[in-house]
Design a protein around this ligand. Structure first.
Ligand code: GSH
Length: 386
């Protein structure tokens, strides 16, 4: 969901910012020769220029991407790294009862819905893992990877470190492994080949085959189990293809909501502790302005007429399906669809849209039940530099 913002920040806002910085240096050195009001006016115009530039960039980005056609160029397996790349974890989740021995490292943006989904899954399975918060502008922490998005998970295998990509595939690979540890993770990933595409603009796009499937090594499940698995898959897909697309038009619906959302990202993501203040300001104000404009485009693209109503409709659709099965879609326990829908929604927990969602639909009870079920299994949070 945030990709356009950050590409936009890199391609439009940062260059404009650099120009502005260079410009303000010139202003500074010639300040004595310029009247104060001229300096102020110029700085204000330059800042407005950055925001307008960001907005226009976002608009153009979407116009181009809406028409793109994909041409497959190569197919590859999930990459295996011989050595662990240099990384600096921000915190760890340690669960003493975790026997998986997976030694996971999650590279994430704290409030990205796909990363939230992976965290919800790892916590629901009581797994210990380290977290690296990726800087959304420069993305230094994932420079070692050919994949340019988050989440990315690294896990220790006999031959080195296995890279896992794509939130849904990460969950399916790990779930397949946890259900039957007699299979090697290296063998499991072979069932999920990564396909790379290059679009007309030269952008690389990666998708993973079979990513909604959990592989079975043993007995074939009976008809009832097969039906439950199919339902679980369909709702996981719905979380990625329907629910996720209702988020941006809601959290960036108005300029003040967009700003409030980015301020929440800054707080929840601990940006101030991890990144310089100019970068935080750039991400918050530039990001809010750009996403407010882009969200309008996204709204059209996904045929959303009323943003809030689309979110309420999605929630109602989901709660109706849950009601048929009991407390959760998985019955007495959350299944992978419960965890995925919860994870995606948890990415907007600090936003007005989420408060409205809880006030205007019945989703609150299910949401709190999943949250409690997951929190009961989550390990202790340990900040690395505390
Ligand atoms: N299908 C992927 C989508 C991941 C994705 O789009 N992540 C966004 C963040 S929400 C991203 O990393 N965009 C690239 C960027 O910010 O530069 C998944 O499920 O993991």
């Amino acid at each position: 969901m945030w990709r356009p913002t950050f590409s936009l920040l890199k391609k439009v806002v940062i260059p404009s910012m650099r120009e502005n910085l260079a410009f303000s240096k010139i202003l500074y050195s010639t300040r004595s020769r310029l009247p104060k009001s001229t300096v102020k006016l110029t700085l204000v115009s330059a800042s407005v220029g950055v925001l307008v530039g960001a907005g226009y960039g976002g608009y153009t980005h979407y116009k181009i991407n809406a028409k793109k056609s994909l041409a497959p160029v190569e197919t590859e397996e999930f990459a295996l790294l011989k050595e662990l790349p240099q990384y600096k974890p921000h915190y760890k989740i340690i669960n003493d009862s975790d026997t998986s021995n997976l030694q996971l490292i999650l590279f994430q943006y704290r409030t990205c819905p796909f990363c939230c989904k992976v965290r919800a899954y790892l916590d629901s399975r009581g797994i210990s893992y380290e977290i690296v918060e990726v800087d959304a502008v420069l993305r230094q922490a994932i420079k070692w990877s050919g994949y340019k998005k988050v989440p990315i998970v690294l896990t220790k295998v006999d031959e080195g470190y296995q890279q896992l990509l794509d939130s849904t595939a990460i969950i399916s690979v790990l779930e397949t492994f946890l259900r039957d540890k007699s299979c090697q993770l290296r063998d499991i990933v072979k069932f999920y080949p990564a396909t790379k595409y290059t679009n007309d603009d030269g952008n690389k796009i990666t998708d993973i085959a079979n990513k909604y499937f959990i592989m079975h090594n043993g007995a074939v499940p009976d008809e009832r189990e097969r039906a439950a698995e199919q339902e679980e898959r369909e709702w996981r897909q719905w979380a990625d293809k329907v629910l996720v697309h209702t988020l941006s038009p809601n959290v960036y619906r108005t300029t003040s909501e967009a700003l409030e959302t980015f301020k929440w990202f800054e707080e929840a993501g601990g940006w101030r502790q991890s990144f310089p203040s100019w970068e935080c300001a750039l991400m918050v104000y530039g990001g809010a302005a750009a996403m407010w404009i882009i969200a309008k485009r996204l709204k059209k693209r996904h045929n959303i007429t009323d943003a809030r109503q689309s979110l309420y409709n999605a929630a109602n659709e989901w709660t109706a399906a849950v009601k048929k099965r009991g407390r959760f879609l998985g019955g007495d326990e959350p299944n992978l669809a419960d965890v995925s829908v919860y994870g995606v929604l948890s990415s907007i927990e600090g936003c007005q849209a989420f408060k409205d969602l809880k006030a205007n639909t019945d989703i609150g009870k299910w949401y709190n039940d999943v949250k409690n079920a997951i929190e009961m299994r989550t390990g202790k949070v340990i900040a690395i530099n505390a």
